[in-house]
Design a protein around this ligand. Structure first.
Ligand SMILES: Nc1ncnc2c1ncn2[C@@H]1O[C@H](COP(=O)(O)OP(=O)(O)OP(=O)(O)O)[C@@H](O)[C@H]1O
Ligand SMILES: [Mg+2]
Length: 256
């Protein structure tokens, strides 16, 4: 049976889709059989982010309405043999998807895969609850900023009403040059604030993605290892900003 992990946040734009997509790719690279489900039925973009938008034949509505089987709707990623994308609504954008129907689709796929990632929409309303209802674990993505942390806290509180096996935090868009001089909250401060374990720290870098989805950043290797093996090794985002060369880099970054 697959581990079904919802990637959520509360706040929009913090990196849910990026984390869900890059983590899926990283685990697929490690030989895990992965489904990445786009459960954002309003502003869906997993297909674009993973570059499979021209390879879609069926979407999740086709499965729910019986036009194809769940497995037929999966788009195998051209660069990652083990990564399969279940795309959001394309065929009938006005359709309402119930939490039960999403769960039925994912449960049907579960025996044939190791991981199912569910990319959640922003907010904590209907779309949030629909995505969470299908999951048995949650990754809450936040940035180190107060507004994102407050929304993450709200999401974590709501997640408590679901009987999830685990809830963990991924801190995204961390600026190493600020963390190095104490101008950004540290992972342990965030862990304490949210009272939830942090299992990933990802730097704010264009190269986290770089427009080339197939090249996943080393920070995702650590995150994938933590998820796979239950470790808690965090990527050192300040390494490049310590020492003489580091202070030079810090000065340059701050002028940008
Ligand atoms: N670590 C990072 N460094 C730099 N840019 C990033 C990082 N993570 C995400 N981004 C960029 O931030 C933007 C928002 O990311 P993403 O779409 O993954 O967020 P989201 O939480 O899924 O948003 P939404 O709530 O709208 O679904 C994108 O342009 C993405 O490329
Ligand atoms: Mg998104």
């Amino acid at each position: 049976m697959a581990r079904k992990i919802v990637v959520t946040s509360g706040k929009g734009g913090v990196g849910k889709t990026t984390v869900a997509a890059c983590l899926s790719a990283q685990l697929a690279k490690k030989g895990q059989r992965v489904v990445l489900c786009d459960a954002d039925f309003g502003l869906n973009n997993v297909d674009v982010v993973t570059g499979v938008e021209n390879l879609i034949t069926y979407d999740i509505v086709d499965v729910i309405e019986g036009r194809c089987r769940a497995k037929q709707a999966l788009v195998r990623h051209p660069d990652f043999y083990n990564l399969h994308i279940l795309t959001s609504i394309h065929s009938a954008p006005e359709r309402y998807i119930s939490p039960q129907s999403l769960k039925l689709v994912l449960d049907a796929l579960s025996p044939q895969f190791d991981y199912i990632f569910i990319d959640c929409p922003a907010g904590v309303d209907e779309g949030f609850h629909r995505a969470v209802a299908s999951a048995d674990e949650a990754l809450v993505v936040t940035t180190p900023h107060v507004s994102a942390l407050r929304d993450a806290d709200k999401a974590i509180t709501l997640l408590k009403s679901y009987e999830l096996n685990s809830v963990s935090v991924v801190i995204n868009k961390v600026r190493g040059e600020l963390l190095a001089v104490g101008e950004s909250l540290t992972p342990s401060e965030i862990e304490e604030l949210l009272k939830t374990p942090v299992i990933g720290v990802l730097p704010e870098e264009y190269s986290i993605f770089g427009g080339e989805f197939s090249k996943t950043h080393p920070a995702f290797k650590l995150l994938a290892g933590n998820l796979l093996l239950g470790k808690s090794k965090l990527y050192n985002v300040t390494r490049a900003y310590t020492g003489l060369l580091g202070s030079l880099r810090r000065a340059i970054k701050r002028r940008l």
